[in-house]
Design a protein around this ligand. Structure first.
Ligand code: SF4
Length: 378
């Protein structure tokens, strides 16, 4: 029996130090605390989130909409950027149908002209297509459905109270038909080793996403397992027909929180192979502001996409390029002005190779508007 508790909070919006380089969210907001979707692998059960009875005790943040409006209206420093509702809860878990915290948050998002990116496992999001469509027309609106299996029996073990995966695929199709400007796709996250990592399963999800009209599919090869989340996950697996994976899973992780490098490298290659076959992008196209941050965000996207693609292929991170891209988002003036002064070398982590890489883009764009310049390259 789920217990619902109404609670007032002092703050609504959480600003990240850097935008998330996968989902491009700069702000997060959780309309609820806890989640009745109760996925057995959910990371929100781990100790770092301090959520006691995660799926049975749901806190409804009763003042969150008003707080969000006040925070944005009264702030002199907040700049519009991507808001990601959810994170340690699904913003469209069943109680949302009655409470409408997420829907009302979206009304504030549209009022202040902010972009939005929502990840969900519930087709209830279709209800809010009217608002999400307007946000897409005003700024940028992205929706991602987490799908890692299309097998209903397996899904009912892993994600017992979410919309069935096939219905999530149908939801992608429906959104693309009703609101083509909304960027919509699949999050192949989290991959469960020995359950979701077969070639057949990966290819099928990529193909079905593409056929449904998805704009992207984002993939992460390694499920994190740690402390209380691990205990719960293993217990639930042991009580199901998936208990056969427990031993190989624990052996693969070898007491670490992540799957080993060789495993993730091989899986990334498989994933890339099928995305190329079906011509499905593996990155979400970023929202670009029209103020002084425009070139900073474009060049940051360029660097972070390059770093991501190369690490997918080689298995090695280029941390220097990654930090160069991340810090660029926080620059207080336009990189174009810095480029024109010949001072790119003063930027954080801008080594000679990075300067050589980005300079042609800036050079081509410096005398043109955005349509004639860098947009041709991204
Ligand atoms: S939908 Fe997301 S937040 Fe909710 S239980 Fe599943 S993984 Fe956790």
């Amino acid at each position: 029996m789920v217990k619902y508790i109404y609670k007032k909070y002092k703050s609504a919006l959480n600003k990240l130090k850097f935008p998330d380089p996968w989902f491009w969210a700069r702000y997060t907001i959780n309309p609820y605390s806890g989640c009745t979707h109760a996925c057995i692998y959910c990371d929100a059960r781990s100790q770092r989130y301090y959520l006691e009875d995660f799926e049975n005790e749901i806190i409804i943040k009763e003042n969150i909409v008003k707080k969000l409006d006040q925070t944005i209206s009264r702030s002199r420093t907040l700049l519009p950027d991507v808001i990601g509702p959810g994170g340690v809860c699904d913003a469209y878990q069943p109680i949302e149908e009655k409470i409408e915290n997420t829907r009302n948050i979206l009304k504030i998002v549209i009022k202040h002209n902010y972009p939005v990116n929502i990840a969900t496992k519930n087709r209830l999001i279709i209800r809010d297509i009217d608002i999400l469509k307007k946000i897409a027309e005003n700024t940028w609106s992205t929706i991602g459905f987490s799908i890692t299996t299309l097998d209903e029996e397996i899904a009912s073990i892993l994600e017992p109270f979410s919309t069935l995966p096939k219905e999530r695929i149908t939801a992608i199709k429906e959104i693309k038909q009703k609101a083509p400007k909304i960027q919509v796709g699949t999050y192949f996250i989290p991959n469960i080793p020995f359950v979701c990592d077969s070639d057949d399963n990966i290819e099928r999800i990529i193909k079905e996403s593409k056929d449904a009209g998805a704009d992207f599919i984002v993939f992460s090869p390694s499920l994190t397992i740690r402390d209380l989340q691990k205990v719960y996950f293993i217990k639930k697996l042991n009580n199901s027909k998936l208990k056969i994976i427990v031993e190989p899973l624990l052996k693969l992780y070898n007491k670490n929180n992540y799957a080993p490098f060789e495993y993730t490298k091989k899986l990334n290659k498989t994933f890339l192979k099928y995305c190329e076959k079906y011509k499905l992008p593996i990155r979400i196209k970023r929202w670009i502001p029209l103020d002084y941050r425009k070139w900073n965000y474009k060049i940051a996207e360029l660097l972070l996409n390059k770093e991501y693609m190369e690490s997918m292929k080689s298995g090695r991170r280029n941390k220097s390029m990654m930090w160069a891209g991340l810090y660029l988002n926080n620059l207080k003036e336009s990189i174009m002005e810095i480029y024109k002064r010949g001072e790119l070398g003063k930027l954080t982590n801008f080594s000679k190779s990075i300067i050589d890489y980005v300079s042609p883009y800036l050079e081509k764009s410096k005398d043109f508007n955005q349509k004639k310049g860098i947009d041709r390259f991204i």
